[in-house]
Design a binder for this molecule. Structure first.
Ligand code: ADP
Ligand code: MG
Length: 344
């Protein structure tokens, strides 16, 4: 007999509420566990150095659709999204493990393609594939990757270090991965309606590349090292800018004000958002999967970022009591909502 006969839908808590609900009863017993649940990666102290660990699960039909996802790209992306979480701690990824579950519809050649992408990513990020697990699955493809990184304790950047007055910065541009996905979905529908139709992907290379082959910001971590810049807090943008801003705010106990006209968006993303009748700003705020870095810096470090073409200052930190807002292009102040990508 079931002890607990009540039934609550996962939806009532949402992804983050559920993680919090399930993990809050666990206490860390080992002094080597510097950071457990609640950041982009866990931090384990081994003498002078720290080891960072992050894991992600990708499921066919939930995270990717094989009707338009080339397998090689999928392998590459699976590694990118994991090492991105290690970079988000200002650490260097060193190893990965890869676990894979596949149904009998997959051939050896298909799995080889995924591994060709994993290999390309291991070369790009200079990480070693050190193990994993392989299993049959009843249905579809499952890939789970764990990334292991290294850092000196003093260099690690958490989500929790932002202070009132710090500047909020973002790398690259936002929203591209989301509109890229919409183009792929649109062409899939055209194909389903008429299998003779050829996909019309011309002119959309940039946004489709942002969706299918995201690159984690290794270069930005190297820039921090070179310029001796240590952000006060950092997170990678997997779910969408606004959702990640809320994570920084709650972990750092601050508020944030951003400026709509500062949010970086590529012209191709902007035009495509318009074509789909999306508000381009909403696309950058809630799109997700950009794998850019969102971080705060002490204003004294402004000179180190001001001329860098990869970094845009989009706002600043304010006291917690002031909340989270966006100043629109017309100068109005709007409360920001953490929509992001809904897992449930
Ligand atoms: P990210 O988007 O950076 O990958 P997540 O939102 O997936 O981070 O996870 C947030 C935190 O919750 C991380 O510390 C992660 O390790 C932890 N976490 C996620 N799912 C679980 C779970 N099922 N059990 C324990 N910890 C989890
Ligand atoms: Mg993350």
């Amino acid at each position: 007999m079931l002890e607990n006969t009540s039934r609550t839908d996962i939806e009532t808590l949402g992804e983050f509420g559920l993680i919090e609900h399930l993990t809050s009863v666990f206490e860390n017993k080992n002094s080597s566990t510097l950071k457990g649940v609640g950041d982009d990666a866990a931090v384990i102290k081994n003498g002078e150095h720290c080891t960072l660990i992050s894991t992600d699960l990708l499921l066919e039909g939930v995270h990717f659709d094989l009707s338009y996802y080339p397998l090689k790209h999928l392998g590459y992306k699976a590694v990118s999204v994991n090492v991105s979480d290690i970079y988000a701690m200002n650490a260097t990824p060193k190893q990965i493990t890869v676990s894979i579950g596949m149904s009998s519809k997959f051939s050896i050649e298909a799995i080889e393609e995924i591994y060709a992408g994993i290999k390309a990513a291991c070369d790009a990020y200079e990480v070693d594939l050190i193990g994993g697990d392989t299993s049959a699955s009843k249905q579809g493809l499952i890939i789970s990757i764990t990334a292991i990184g290294e850092a000196d304790e003093k260099n690690i950047v958490y989500r929790s270090g932002a202070k009132d007055g710090d500047l909020l910065c973002v790398t690259g541009d936002l929203g591209g991965a989301y509109v890229g996905l919409q183009v792929l979905e649109r062409e899939k529908q055209v194909f389903l309606a008429n299998p003779q139709a050829q996909p019309d992907l011309d002119g959309h290379d940039y946004i489709i590349g942002r969706q299918l082959k995201p690159d984690a910001r290794k270069d930005v971590i190297e820039f921090f090292k070179k310029t001796e810049l240590k952000p006060t807090s950092m997170i990678d943008i997997s779910d969408g800018l606004s959702s990640e801003i809320f994570h920084l705010c709650s972990k750092s106990e601050i508020g944030i004000t951003i400026y709509e006209d500062k949010i970086p968006i590529d012209p191709t993303t902007y035009n495509m958002a318009r074509e789909f009748d999306f508000d381009p700003t909403m696309t950058t705020l809630n799109g997700g999967e950009d794998y850019e870095l969102l971080f705060t810096i002490n204003p004294a470090d402004y000179d180190k970022v001001k001329n860098d073409p990869n970094i845009t200052i989009i706002g600043h930190c304010v006291p917690r009591s002031e909340g989270v807002h966006m100043i629109s292009k017309s100068g109005n102040k709007h409360a920001l909502k953490a929509q992001g990508w809904k897992a449930f």
